[in-house]
Each structure stands twice: as structure tokens, then as C-alpha cells.
Design a binder for this molecule. Sequence first.
Ligand code: ACM
Ligand code: ZN
Length: 487
Amino acid sequence: MKKFPVPYALLPKPRSICLTEGTFAFAAPLRLRVPEEWRLHGERLVHAFSLFGMKVVPAERVGNESIEILRCETLKEEAFGISVVPGRIELRAGGSAGGLYGVVALSQLAAAAAMSGEEIPCCECCEIEDEPEFRWRGIMLDSVRHFQRVDVVRQVIRMMAAWRLRVLHLHLTDSQGWRIRMPWMENRKPEGGGNREREVYSPEELLEIAKFASKFEVEIVPEIDIPGHQLGFLRCCPEYSCFPDRLSGELCISSPEVKRFLTGVLQEVVRQIPSCRFIHLGGDETETSNWEACPSCRKLMRERNLSVRELERQFMTEMCGVVRSLGRTPICWCSDAEPPEGAVMQAWRISWSDIGKARIAGCPIINSISQNFYFDFPLDETDPHASAMPILNEEGIYHSSPYFFLNREKAGNEFLGVEACLWTETVPEWRVLRKLETRIQALSECAWTPVSERSHGDFLFRRMRLENSAWTRFANNGQLFGGFPFS
Ligand code: ACM
Ligand code: ZN
């Protein structure tokens, strides 16, 4: 039988893996020792190994045939090391995230061993050291154009954890509606059409999503998209527009009432998702004609000697200040206005100048450039929307550089990482998981493994191995973490 060396078991590809002498036999039952505070990681390991027919039992003392998970102060929070020697596996992790990712990597070794064809599953002894290149390894879900129920969001989070992704950005408002409930919605509904009562997350649901995410080392980034993309909202609150009888999607950016109202909204976001460290303020795709005609906006431009785009930038800078005053970091999409002060910029257009402007302004950058990271784009020609949007297959993602056209040295430290965006104009809830599962492997490696270490052929082989062992299926349908109180 043809044997595949253990490096082919792992995806994303680790920083370093060295084969050492001997083999480890996954002979039942293996004993497992875990620090008390990481009991959840232990339960996850027991469950994941059971999927491949392997029995692991918790034990106070470990000797032969054992697995031990240890906290290692010298490793970074997301880093882990694995030593496989005959009769013993040791997983060392810097923090809880590293512990989770180490358990996930061990479950991939178990899957490979189960495929070894031996009577007792075994894998080669090895030393693995691993940590991600980027902290920002994200997915954005557009909860507006099509809504996702909490169960689907949970499923996305489980899938993200299996592929070691860390940030779930929820696009909660747009012209078609708001999916975060606000006190003022008691008597007014910001709707662009078809927004039903159930298509709003209650405060309890958002809190539940954030708590669930944190168990999987995923953080939630809520987005309130301003000052554009607000037509539905302005239909129910026209007093916040420049011209109540001639609405566009834009809020009036000179209005003190708008700023007061949005301050209340942002306070409410923080109240509902207290764990959020970032708040996304949108800022994309604004149209200036109403601002240019509005007496109040024109007055402010004149007084401050500003162009319309400069006024827009001041407005966004003020709102970023509100986010900062709430102890959170603001994020904005790159737009036609210059980057607001102190924001993280998320690049999405195929535009070198967006990146250039963000770099000159000294803003940290998230790479979501559409041609590589818009997951609503069709995977292939069989997609019903293939003629309307560019194809984005796995190879396109895999070959993309998180640093755009720069190399690592030129880029410096301003790139936080990558985020795939799943816009849902064409993606109903039932297609969300499918849209993600076809490309999430490439995203995972793109965000985790430095470009210089990547090879597409090698990736394809590892991906195929994980699929054949059923690991990928367990990862994508949530079974890898499923069936326990913690799920
Ligand atoms: C965007 O696609 N408007 C960020
Ligand atoms: Zn105005």
C-alpha cells in the first residue's frame, strides 16, 4: 500500500514539521491529560477522535499510549507545538486559541492515521511548530440581503473554527433593512422591502451568537453601514436625510441630529455585544448629489472650506471618534473619501489607490479585495449567476497575496490579514454553507501560511486527503465539534 507522509495530513500547512524516528500507534484506549481550564479542548479532542473510531479517555496520570495538552508560556496565544514520539503525543499551546488549533491539527493526524490502512491506525513520529501569519482571518456575512437564522450562524462559526478562522463580521444594516433590533424600532421599521419581524436578531440572540463564537475563539465584528446604504431606514426616518421628499441612500452628514442618533445606535451595539472589540462603520459606495444640493451640508462645507468628500471624511472621522470613545476600534470600507482618522481600512475594490491612501494615512488594512475574497462570486460556470459576476474558484483565492501586489518586506506591518465577504443578494440562507465550504480551505491556508511557504499542488493533495478521510465533511457540517453541551 502506498503511504503518505504525515505532512500531507495537515491543512493549513504548518510553519515547520520534521519527521523523527518511529511511529505512534493510536491503540485504544489512549489516555488524555488536560489542564483544568482547558477541559473543553479535552472534550473536543475525545469527540473528534471518536469520529475516526478512536477511543480516548481522560486520565489523571499519563504514561504510555497517551496524549497530554500543556500550556506553554513562551508560545504566542494562537501558537502551538506538537511532539509525536512512540507511545506519546504532547500538545503545547500558548493560549486557548492555540489549544483549539492544536486539537484541530491532532484531529487531522487522527484522520490520516485512520486512513493508514494498518490494523492499528498509526502515524509517523514528528515535531510540529505552528502559528498563523495573520491574526485577522475572517469571514463577513451579509445578514441583510438574505437573513441567516442563529442556527446557521452557529454552523458557520463551527466551520470557521475547524479551518482556524477568527473573525466573523456581521453586515447588520443596509438599504433593505436593519438586522439588529433597536429601541426606536418599536414603532418604526427600517425596511427596503420584505423585512419580516423574525428577520431581526434580538439582543438576546446577538449575545448568544457572541458567546457561542467566543467558545470557538471567534470574535464578532458588527457593522452599521453609514452614511450610505440607508434607503430603507430613511424611508421610515426621513428626517435624517438631506431631502425628506427626495430620498437617496445617504444620511445628511451635516446634521447634529444624525450624529446624536448614530451615537445612540453605537451605544446600543456595544450594549448588545459587549465583547466586541471592533465596530465596522461601513462608509462604502456613497453618492454625493444630495449633499452637494443640501443647504445644511453646503453651509458646513463653506464654513469649513471643505469639498464634499472632505465633509464626508470629517463625518466619518467624528463617528470613528464615537466608536473610540466607547472603547472600540472603528473599521471602514475603503471609499472615494480619504480614510477617516484612526480607522482600520478594509480594501475591497481592485484599486491600488485605495491601498495607497490607507498606507499613506497610516491605517491598518484588511484585505477583502473582491477578485480574491468575494465569496458570493460564482465558483464555476454552473452557478446561476455565473454570467453576471466573475468566477472565483479556489485557485484564485489560493494564489492571492494578503499583501496585494507588495511583498512582505515592502508591506511592513500594516496588513492585519484577510477576510472573505459573503454578500447575499444572490445567496439565500440555504446556500450560505455551500458557498463557504467550497473555498474555505484555500482561505484558511491563505490567511495562516506565509505566501513563500505555499504550493498549490501540495495544497490540492492535502485537501484531497482530508476529504477522503471524511475530516472535511466533519469540519464543514459541524460534526467535528458536535453533539456535546458545548456545541
Ligand atoms: C462593498 O462591496 N460595497 C464593500
Ligand atoms: Zn445634508
